[in-house]
Design a protein around this ligand. Sequence first.
Ligand code: EPZ
Length: 425
Amino acid sequence: MIDGRKKLKGKISVSGAKNAALSIIPAAILSEEPSIITNVPDISDVRFISEILTQMNVRIRKIGDDTLEIDPKNIKQKPATYDLVRRIRASYYLLGAMLGKFSNASVPLPGGCNFGVRPIDQHIKGFTRLGASCKMNGGMISIKAKKIVGNSVYLDIASVGATINVVLAAVKAEGLTVIENAAKEPHVVDLANFLNSMGADVRGAGTDMIKIYGVKKLKGTSYSIVPDQIETGTYMIAAAVTGGDVTIENIIPKHLEAIKSKLEEIGVKVTEKESSIRVVRKSQLNRCNIKTMPHPGFPTDMQPQISALLALAKGTSIISEGVWDNRFRYTEELKRMGANISVDGKIAVIEGVNSLTGTTVKATDLRAGAALVIAALAAQGKTTIENTGHIERGYSKICKKLSDLGANIVKIDGEEPVLHLQKAL
Ligand code: EPZ
């Protein structure tokens, strides 16, 4: 529950990047030796992927608040169980990691957020190019190869998941793999740096051509995950929407360029330092247009959050979603708080309103939940957000971080209210 209209003030530090951790943790199985990974975010998606590996007899030890020791020495190659895999989309990184290690893999079809279909045809195309044969039966994807041989892989879409999965499958391949039209997100670069610290030879990550020279063996390593670009952007927008003054520490300014430039266009003052960024908003919010694109464009994972901000900006803003087919479901919930948004396919038109009003709303996915938190922080009165499990998949300690900044937010544990009518029936 959030009681809105408190200006956020003060300092917070963001956690490690969820979408880097979710590929780096499975990547650790590619060695026979243990690895130490720090700056791991304490979020449920990380707990789920760790649990899946533990079921494969990988020893994972949590050390302190943000460090994992992963020892794959006695790993057993058995397909992960559906009930865990269906909870997170990123379980498909097990395919690339197991293919890279065992030359075969079988994983239940991934689950994840419910916005639009989430195909993996580009992942399969990459694996096939590396010599594997893939088949889907009974909700399982099974991939087999006599051995993984390097090859050229052209991705029809600069898919983050497909890029990462091909890199994972190719690091121990025989020969050279070249990925063209590769994704350039910061978490793709972070995975490449992690693998290279294990002795892999991955070059060009962050550009649209990545070369992977296969190596025989990978050793254990110790590595720190990059700060979360999207978590940082979310708190920048929370500061802006409340008219606050917030400094966010432990960030990489380079990752925030698109978000910073859009916030400045909206009338927010953003000052960056070596590893921190300060967000101050005193004047009114101005409208602007957003087009989400693969990195270095404006991140699609920031689209719901910036739409919540623009719901209160003066004028008409046009949001065009360039990555996903159907990522505007959350606008129905914002409209229940008084926002004026009309959606037509991949375009949303937002007419700014003077204020939003607290009510009960439901999170439909991770970033949709973040958008509802942002709207609630600015709304008049109390907002109750349900299905906050979605939010906890990607935002560690969000209640504490926002309370530390002066927000009036409390987590109400407890069962979903059962409708008495249902009980009666
Ligand atoms: C990753 O998803 C992120 N998830 C998503 O973040 C993020 O929205 C997305 O990248 C884009 O940046 C993780 O990293 C775990 P894609 P991914 O493959 O890899 C289509 C969050 O909030 N496509 O880059 O699944 C696809 O339908 C989550 O943290 C194919 O058609 O995204 C989409 O339209 C939500 N075929 C587009 O490409 C494929 O084989 C981009 O998808 C793969 C993707």
